[in-house]
Ligand binder design. Structure first.
Ligand SMILES: [Zn+2]
Ligand SMILES: [Zn+2]
Length: 345
């Protein structure tokens, strides 16, 4: 038997004792060592009138130790330290056939349709468990899902050296995109409402910080770019914010807006200025392969070489028994000065 956090809908999260999961053919059993709370985990948590649901165990940002092997596992051994890519496509559709499994209509997440990392144990297909170098901690490795989204953002909307890049949003994904854009040689500005994350953006991306709680962010971007606007804007807020229209206003002639945030509300764009500047809007969803290589593996490579940073994003750690406190810290970001909150099962 193991301990697992079970989500019954909304804020009803209970740590319960449940049977150990079993690894099937080609799957490994993983002792979870760190699991991050994602913005997407908070959507259900914040729901005003949540439907009561059959309990499930989320946690799709996870890393741990292989403690068991199902039949036909040849690439991993018991004791291996691994980061888990949570996306599991059906393996049979056209999207999966050309490696774009994030577009699979039957896509499942470990920590979504499948049981995830807010538990002592979980299972993963062997090809989704990536061996960690010794110097990468489990805590850092639990950020790989976030870093892989940032890698994918630059796959979809690449940055050329010296381009002016604005990132709207200072969550873990926004900050990681700023990090990636700086690696690509971009000159980066980050728009946020809290000084703590803006300081992290300066640390990991050399980014110019724009505090939109104090100044008009569009005006500040125009000033920063000598009136030209940004070559590239990544929108990384989503939810119920109205930041898409703002992001479009920040882009200069021939600019591109990469939309990373997952909006829960319709967005309004003033299209005439966008037309006059011939903007391109591109949506960025999750990640998969860049050519033949998993973007998760690219993220691990960049993390292992110290080019992408994970540690500065981690502000809080809670044991599994206190996962409710972890969700409060992740939900009330200003009050708790949080960026990424980890659960340590
Ligand atoms: Zn996530
Ligand atoms: Zn598929």
């Amino acid at each position: 038997m193991m301990k697992a956090a079970r989500f019954y809908g909304g804020k009803d999260i209970r740590v319960e004792t449940v049977p150990d999961p079993q690894s099937g053919p080609g799957e490994v059993l993983v002792r979870v060592r760190a699991a991050g709370i994602c913005g997407s985990d908070l959507h259900g948590y914040r729901a005003a009138n949540p439907p009561s649901t059959a309990p499930r165990t989320p946690g799709h940002e996870l890393a741990g130790e292989v403690v068991g092997l199902g039949p036909d596992v040849h690439t991993l051994r018991v004791g291996d330290r691994v980061g888990i890519e949570p996306l599991v496509g059906c393996g049979e559709c056209e999207h999966c056939a050309w490696g774009q499994y994030h577009l699979c209509e039957k896509l499942e997440h470990i920590g979504g349709a499948r049981s995830g990392g807010f538990a002592e144990l979980t299972v993963a297909p062997q090809e989704k468990a990536f061996l960690l170098p010794d110097h990468i901690s489990y805590d850092e490795a639990s950020i790989l899902d976030v870093l892989a989204v940032a890698v994918h953002a630059l796959t979809i909307v690449p940055v050329e050296p010296a381009e002016r890049v604005v990132v709207v949003g200072t969550g873990a994904i926004g900050l990681s995109i700023a990090n990636m854009a700086a690696l690509a040689g971009g000159r980066v500005a980050v728009v946020g409402r809290r000084q703590g994350p803006l300081d992290v953006a300066a640390e990991i991306a050399g980014a110019y910080g724009i505090d939109s709680s104090r100044v008009d962010p569009v005006g500040a971007v125009m000033e920063w770019s000598q009136g030209r606007g940004a070559d590239i804007v990544y929108e990384a807020v989503g939810g119920t914010a109205d930041t898409l229209g703002l992001s479009v206003q920040m882009a200069g002639a021939k600019g591109t807006v990469g939309i990373v945030g997952s909006f829960r509300t319709p967005q309004t764009i003033d299209t005439r200025p966008a037309l006059r500047r011939e903007l391109t809007l591109a949506w960025v969803w999750s990640y998969a392969l860049r050519r033949e290589r998993p973007e998760f593996d690219i993220a691990l490579d960049l993390l292992a070489r110290g080019l992408l940073k994970a540690e500065p994003l981690i502000t809080h750690r809670f044991p599994l028994d206190r996962i409710n406190e972890g969700f409060v810290a992740a939900d009330k970001k200003s009050e708790h000065q949080s960026i990424k909150v980890l659960v340590i099962p």
